[in-house]
Design a protein around this ligand. Structure first.
Ligand code: KG4
Ligand code: ZN
Length: 334
């Protein structure tokens, strides 16, 4: 089954053709990072406008790169949420129009499930496993019992991990998006500064918190500035990254112990972080877990992951969406 997938939830206009959930035939992305960089973050209205300019070309490119035409495509899939409403609407409306014009079934996909499904691409991963999800909008640990049977074990009480990376980067004078910039700067520093590392473990849930860590970095930098001292930017980046990542790795460890599962898959933009990948691999080797993460190009937003998720939704009996499908700023985690 070949699925044409469309994703426009934030600042990437993306389309892909994915075969049977695991094989990517094309993966086209028009990134708006350069446009938003001068504002230090994504400006929703500008994102929507640029999606409308790019979407037709991106979808055409995905079809051309895959060598596919209308008759080769079995279904159209689109991210309906979570994300920026105006941005999502561009993808949703384009997908609705295309599905209607082509007479193909339309499937609505959760962006969160897309990030998780990125782990199925070019891989043989099958449920059950624990998924550690860390993106700009979500931080959670889930028990994936089946392709469509997800159970949240805990999530952030406040900010998402990626959001903290972005804010810490901004106060350190780094450009948007902050995650890769912090990662680069952290390589030049030492994690020598103590920073908040809260993980709230209760019998029934695992929680994360990032707002305290974020505020700590903001105050720390301001204190150096007020004292007129040099800011040890690289050490702050390394210390922040260590605190942010250890929270994630600890939560994964608790989730694996609690579920008795032996596989953890990392997902979301923060899963591109080499320090996180190394730390979770190390902890996995020490504990005998199998650790999986998507290829780097499928960690941050893309449409291939939406095509992968759609395939497993369809295979599991999901009904097609109607043409009244609407975008949603938030979607349930599981
Ligand atoms: O999954 P994603 O592309 O979009 C959302 O669904 O939110 O995640 C974007 C987030 C941003 O906060 C970005 O700074 C972070 O992922 N990110 C990283 C890295 N690459 C992207 N964080 C840490 N290290 C990275 N290498
Ligand atoms: Zn995302």
């Amino acid at each position: 089954m070949k699925i044409l997938a469309i994703e426009s939830s934030c600042d990437e206009t993306a389309a892909a053709v994915v075969e049977n959930g695991r094989r990517v035939l094309s993966n086209a992305v028009a990134s708006q990072i350069e446009i938003h960089r001068r504002f230090g973050g994504v400006v929703p209205e500008i994102a929507s406008r640029n999606h409308t300019l790019s979407i037709e070309g991106v979808v055409k490119k995905a079809l051309d790169d895959a060598g596919c035409a209308r008759d080769d495509i079995d279904a159209v899939a689109v991210t309906y949420g979570a994300g920026l409403l105006g941005a999502l609407l561009v993808g949703v409306n384009f997908a609705k129009g295309l599905a209607y014009a082509w007479g193909k079934p339309l499937y609505a996909v959760s962006h969160i499930r897309g990030h998780i499904a990125a782990n199925y691409i070019d891989s043989d991963l099958e449920p059950p496993y624990v998924c550690l999800l860390a993106s700009g909008g979500h931080t959670a640990v889930l028990e994936v019992r089946g392709y469509r049977d997800l159970h949240s074990l805990g999530q952030s009480r406040d900010d998402a991990a990626g959001e903290a990376f972005d804010k810490a980067a901004r106060v350190l004078g780094l450009s948007y998006p902050g995650g890769p910039e912090i990662e680069k700067l952290a390589r030049e520093g030492k994690p020598s500064l103590a920073m908040p590392r809260p993980v709230f473990k209760r019998d029934d849930a695992i929680w994360f918190s990032y707002s305290g860590l974020k505020t700590f970095v903001v105050n720390l930098v301001h204190n150096y500035e007020q004292r007129g001292e040099d800011i040890p930017r690289a050490d702050i980046a390394a210390s922040f990254q260590s605190a942010a990542v250890e929270q994630l790795v600890d939560a994964a460890e608790t989730a694996l112990a609690r579920t008795g599962l032996d596989t953890v898959a990392v997902a979301g933009g923060v899963s591109a972080n080499a320090y996180l990948r190394a730390r979770i691999k190390e902890r996995g080797e020490a504990n005998g877990w199998k650790v999986r993460y998507p290829s780097l190009r499928y960690c941050t937003d893309n449409a291939a992951m939406i095509g992968a998720a759609a395939y497993f939704e369809i295979a599991g009996g999901a009904a097609p969406a109607s043409l009244t499908l609407d975008a949603a700023a938030t979607v349930p985690l599981s």
